[in-house]
Design a protein around this ligand. Structure first.
Ligand code: PSU
Ligand code: MN
Length: 326
């Protein structure tokens, strides 16, 4: 439904956008692709505002969009600028958001508050899933998902990402989760919440920087078609939620577990000493790791995000083909 707004309440949108309501703008090429049943892939933006240093973050966002286009998809980077959700951003929008030091980090539970207060934010996996689902985008690529933090038995720190993965009808492509988290508990929680985790050309859960966490997965897919068919079957059955596809980092960029392990332990120690908590924990750990590894963690992060964009584009295309045939 499109609401015609009075002139003074119109969101500030760049030319060519489709204004849906006062808090929601869709980039025209994204809307056209959705209307025409052509493949669209969403990207998150907390990785830009809180995950990677600027301007690497901005370059990365443009690069993953290019990869999506090379793969035959329309990219939709999702973020919040001045109280407006942008489903698809121009390079200028992306630059503005990535460079904004005051940008918040928004998940589905605080999205409404940030919109109502006119703020800007990168959207987490959770926030991006909520927006992608409403927009009708079925595939989303990120780096690593949030999960159950180490020490969660005391801190109760479990990312809202896991709940959102369970409730949003969207496929999320990730490189597993970082070993800054408790990976066995994260997998257990995913099962409890009802998320089917599928290894993409792997039968063990990847650990972000490393290809293999040593934790076996029950399901693996050799091709995007299998994932598209699984998603279609889930839809047919009317089951809630999507799928979590885990694709390992390309081997040439992998940081072996024994090397990154010590860096992660040190980063967690520093976080404990600094007393950081809540939403600040993950960004703190990512920045510490970048320092401790002298940038190698950032390089790996970029490589796996690009790989996930490639895998996600294949899946989005397979879904469109599947739908055209059915
Ligand atoms: N893990 C990473 N890099 C990231 C994030 C997680 O390796 O940039 C970001 C994602 O946007 C994810 C969010 O959704 O952090 C999770 O934050 P929290 O743990 O506060 O829920
Ligand atoms: Mn948390």
């Amino acid at each position: 439904m499109r609401i015609e707004l009075e002139q003074d309440r119109r969101p500030q949108a760049s030319g060519g956008d489709v204004i849906v309501d006062s808090h929601w703008v869709v980039k025209r090429d994204v809307q056209r692709a959705l209307d025409g049943g052509r493949p669209v892939i969403a990207f998150e933006s907390t990785v830009l505002t809180h995950g990677l240093p600027y301007p690497n973050s901005m370059r990365l966002a443009l690069r993953v969009e290019e990869i999506a286009r090379e793969g035959g998809c329309v990219p939709a980077t999702i973020g919040i600028i001045d109280g407006v959700v942008h489903v698809g951003m121009t390079p200028d929008d992306i630059d503005r958001l990535a460079a904004n030091e005051h940008a918040r980090k928004s998940s589905s539970f605080d999205l409404a508050f940030i919109l109502a207060s006119g703020g800007s934010a990168g959207t987490t996996v959770s926030g991006t899933l909520a927006i992608a689902e409403r927009a009708g985008i079925r595939v989303f690529a990120t780096g690593g998902i949030g999960g159950v933090h180490r020490g969660a038995a005391d801190s109760f720190d479990v990312s809202h990402d896991l709940q959102s993965l369970a409730s949003s009808r969207v496929i999320t492509v990730c490189a597993g989760a970082k070993a800054i988290l408790d990976l066995p508990k994260t997998l257990e929680y995913l099962e409890t919440a009802g998320v089917c985790v599928i290894g993409y050309q792997t039968s063990s859960f990847p650990a972000f920087y490393s290809r293999d966490s040593g934790l076996p997965l029950d399901y693996s897919a050799e091709s995007a078609d299998v994932i598209a068919r699984t998603f279609a079957a889930r839809e047919q059955l009317g089951l809630p939620g999507g799928l979590l596809v885990a694709a390992p980092i390309p081997v040439e960029y992998e940081i072996p577990a024994d090397q990154i392990g010590a860096a992660i332990d040190l980063a967690i120690e520093q976080a404990a000493e600094s007393g950081v908590h809540g939403k600040d924990v993950t960004p703190f750990l990512l920045a510490s790791l970048a320092r401790i590894t002298a940038g190698r963690s950032v390089e790996a992060n970029l490589a796996l995000l690009e790989n996930n964009a490639r895998v996600g584009a294949r899946i989005a295309k397979a879904i469109s083909t599947e739908e055209a045939c059915s």
